[in-house]
Ligand binder design. Structure first.
Ligand code: F6R
Length: 365
């Protein structure tokens, strides 16, 4: 049932404050200000020197975002790969390591094969999955369920932000076990989780501004997405979503890679979506925006309230996100990124729920 929405995708985008709130509540003791995983870990995170993450598509992008959290907060190194490469590369793995697989459906053929490979190497498997009855849920040592509810739209939206929420909680739990997290820091992060649903609802209020940008994107031939830190995976996600829904060619790049190639694409016709929350690398992203502006590129900034002034550039448009602590901002900034792709597709008359050539669950490789 789509309720009052035109598409399941729109409904699922708008459900995110609720389902992320529910997922976070399941993994934390909000009143105590602590992470409280709903399962025992069959390994000691303090003994790990690295973890491996494997997934496909948007689930892979959730894993790439989590790499920043595991490395920065828990101080554990992360190897991450797309499942189709991982499974055939057959990398050496330690017998006492941990592999996290991420999958909405829990049935994706390459991810499942990767799970089985890692298990055969002696790894403990943490499955971040949305379908509790799925093969991956069954074959994982730890079922880390996302509580997104059934996702009908082919493009993953609410499963993605719930994956991010679960992975953030895992990163904090690992950090605590490794002695990397003070009680105060943990309480501060948990308070940030508590604020997420409200911030996400706030972000959704900017839908009109996003539609105006989408109207413009619908005429583009190519679109470039840029971001740094956890906004880099979001740039990949923005480009993936735009491609799959609107069939416009789009690329996501780490902003710092701009001058190593993609800047050659920039001209007056190229929309450049810059995802730049006010964080420790904002100034660096500003200098990349200046490089784009100097070549006449049409910059759309998704940033904080002061972002446009701080960049002191002529922007084509800006989508303003509420003020928030930077660490988990990607969970909120994902929403305008999804809406932009959705509305562009709708303006172009494409079926946002059933993009051509795509299947919801890729059970064959
Ligand atoms: C993109 C999308 C796909 C899936 C990918 C993995 O919007 O939906 O990229 O993320 O096919 O699927 P799961 O998560 O079911 O393993």
């Amino acid at each position: 049932d789509k309720g009052n929405y035109r598409h399941f995708m729109a409904k699922e985008i708008h459900e995110q404050p609720e389902v992320v709130g529910r997922t976070v509540a399941h993994y934390t003791d909000l009143s105590a200000g602590r992470v409280a995983l709903p399962f025992e870990l069959p390994f000691d995170p303090a003994k790990l020197d690295r973890i491996t993450i494997v997934a496909c598509g948007t689930a892979y992008i959730a894993g790439l975002t989590a790499k920043y959290w595991f490395e920065r907060i828990a101080r554990v190194a992360v190897d991450i790969d797309v499942a189709s490469e991982f499974r055939y590369r057959e990398p050496p793995m330690s017998r006492d390591g941990v592999t996290i697989v991420i999958s909405q459906s829990g049935e994706t053929a390459d991810t499942l094969a990767s799970l089985r490979y890692a298990k055969a190497q002696g790894q403990k498997i943490v499955g971040v999955v949305n379908v509790g009855s799925s093969t991956m849920a069954r074959e994982s040592d730890v079922q880390a369920l996302t509580l997104a509810g059934p996702e009908i739209g082919v493009a993953s939206t609410k499963a993605f932000t719930c994956q991010l929420a679960v992975l953030a909680c895992l990163a904090l739990a690992f950090a605590r076990a490794r002695g990397e997290l003070t009680v105060e820091a943990e309480a501060r992060y948990v308070a940030e989780f508590l604020a997420l649903p409200g911030l996400m609802a706030e972000a959704l209020k900017h839908e009109r501004d996003i539609e105006a940008v989408a109207h413009d994107l619908a005429r583009a031939r190519d679109v470039l997405y840029l971001g740094r830190g956890t906004a880099f995976p979001l740039a990949l996600e923005g480009a993936l979503k735009l491609k799959e829904l609107s069939y416009i060619h789009a690329e996501g790049y780490a902003a710092g890679e701009l001058k190593h190639g993609p800047i050659a694409l920039v001209d007056e016709d190229l929309p450049v979506i810059v995802i730049a929350p006010p964080d420790g690398v904002f100034e660096k992203t500003v200098s990349n925006m200046q490089e784009v502006a100097a070549r006449g590129g049409r910059i759309v900034l998704i940033g904080g309230a002061g972002g446009a002034e701080a960049a002191s550039l002529k922007l084509h448009a800006s989508i303003v996100m509420p003020a928030m602590a930077p660490t988990f901002a990607a969970i909120v900034y994902a929403l305008p990124v999804q809406l932009l792709a959705y509305h562009t597709a709708v303006f172009m008359g494409k079926d946002a729920d059933q993009p051509r050539n795509l299947a919801k669950s890729v059970t064959v490789e």
